[in-house]
Design a protein around this ligand. Sequence first.
Ligand SMILES: *Cc1c(COP(=O)(O)O)cnc(C)c1O
Length: 394
Amino acid sequence: MEKERYSYMDKEDKFIESVYSKRKIELVRGKGAMVFDSEGKEYIDCFNGQGVALVGHGVEEINSAVKEQMDKISVVALSFYNDLRAEFGEKLASISPKGMTQAFLANSGTEAIECAIKLSKKYTGKPGIVAMSGGFHGRSLGALSATWKPMYRKQYEPLLPEFSHAKFNDIESLKQTITEKTGAVMLELVQGEKGVVLADKEYVKELREFCTEKELLLIIDDVQAFARTGNFFSSQTYNIVPDITAIAKGMAGGIPMGACIASPEIMDAFKPGDHGTTMGGNPIACAAGTATIDYIQKNNLIEHGASMGERMLKGLKELESFDVVREARGIGAMLALEYKFKMAGVLPKIQESGVIPLTSGKRALRFLPPLCISEEQADKVIEVTKKVTEEFTQ
Ligand SMILES: *Cc1c(COP(=O)(O)O)cnc(C)c1O
């Protein structure tokens, strides 16, 4: 068994370019909040495919919707109409922030952001976007222009002209950063990749008012936060309506899908030929998307996930008493534990104990639990994290 397990890792290393440093675990199966490796060891999945397994693994209702659609028709280009796509569009509009009833369908978060950038340019006639320090929006050259982290950007510069960054949570900084060429402001209300850093409520309110006053589009990147903050959209949690919003990650229960959403008035800036996609709006993804939203609604998963997250945050907050811990923070099913030191040794120990978290930088653990996580599983995540953190405190 051992020999075979490593042979697959060797093979993957040999043939698949990953650009990620690998964790030495080979995941072969998943069910609900759990994933299983090739030796049968089980883990609570708070890595969650970077948040894609939002509703958990192996959900029967989503799987059967996908299988059914595959048997019916799996390819319909956007040049044609399709029943499942129309239904998905209606479903998405029914949960979207007020008036945001049209979606451009894509296959990833980056593509949804790319669409938002182009739509903003077309609608406003201005090339510039101000994004925020700490923000992450993807790795394509357009999305990367809005992404903040110098390590991701530097080697690919020059990026898009007229893109700049204001200080997150600082309205004065934004006021100083905009120019006459700025058409939009783009940000995550909860900065996931940065380590679950929350926007202040007052700042978001001021930001919305400022954008309206200056006729700047407000673009909210909800790719990671979708359905995790106690509402489908983080803008709903913050009580604002953006102009454009992008979602992806868990929106189709694991099938690749992204969407750029806006009002028909803004979307109308796109005329045939202005943008495009071959795979976007694929009927299988649409079937999965509809089934995922249905499944979330029928099982009250947003409320459940948020309350489990609250329970976990309470547990993580108690770890602030350890002197190695800087801060525990989070909202809904997005949580982080930041240490005062580089935590290289912490992660393997937590994994050995049956929990797989994400990381943010070298000092923070990030937890994106599936919305279906049980009370018992949530408690185990905290218990394990506490035990390992305690060991590092001594
Ligand atoms: C993951 C992520 C993206 C990029 O999405 P991909 O599906 O990886 O292309 C963009 N924005 C945010 C906030 C993300 O978390």
